[in-house]
Design a protein around this ligand. Structure first.
Ligand code: HEM
Length: 152
């Protein structure tokens, strides 16, 4: 390798490993459970967070470059569409990102050169999960998913 060149490009998963991703997700939901800013998004979730902790762990692990098991275990991997039932506007999106940013600050990614990229990708994903437009109206894409769901 040329001197001065970066090491082989690493994935966030290589930095965190299974335990680090698990800790990130647990920290994220602990914050959602306690931060006043997150009260509304917490209320969208089940009282018992154990199932969603597992689902987000499996998803993020694959998304960060680890084993891609989400689709095999849970079916559809179209994550934004799975948010259609919820009213997610700018405030809800920012509350989600606040919990995740604080959890990232406590993780091994905090000091990694990959940190910024990971934050950007989380933000992009959160925007894709936003079901309401700036005026609080349901976006047409999510309205049609809701209509399909209602029709069974
Ligand atoms: C924009 C703000 C977001 C809000 C308010 C939100 C909220 C929710 C809620 C209420 C659920 C259902 C939980 C339950 O069934 O108890 C959920 C599921 C899920 N969310 Fe989000 N979410 C957001 C963004 C994201 C982002 C950015 C990701 C990925 C990086 C993500 C990944 C997931 C996954 C994997 C599930 C599980 C879906 C399933 O298997 O049914 N969410 N989310």
């Amino acid at each position: 390798m040329l001197r001065g060149m970066p090491e082989n490009p690493q994935t966030p998963y290589q930095i965190l490993g299974d335990e680090g991703v698990r800790a990130l997700v647990d920290d994220f939901y602990d914050r959602m459970d306690t931060l006043p800013e997150a009260r509304r998004i917490r209320e969208m979730h089940d009282v018992d967070l154990s199932e969603i902790r597992e689902r987000l762990y499996i998803f993020i692990r694959g998304w960060m470059g680890g084993p891609a098991e989400y689709a095999a275990r849970y079916g559809s991997a179209n994550i934004p569409s799975l948010h259609a039932p919820f009213d997610i506007g700018v405030e809800e999106r920012e509350a989600w990102l606040l919990c995740m940013e604080q959890a990232l600050d406590q993780s091994a990614l905090a000091t990694s050169p990959l940190r910024e990229r990971v934050s950007t990708l989380f933000r992009r994903m959160a925007e894709m999960c936003e079901t309401l437009d700036e005026s609080g109206k349901l976006k047409p894409h999510f309205a049609s998913i809701r209509a399909e769901m209602a029709a069974g």
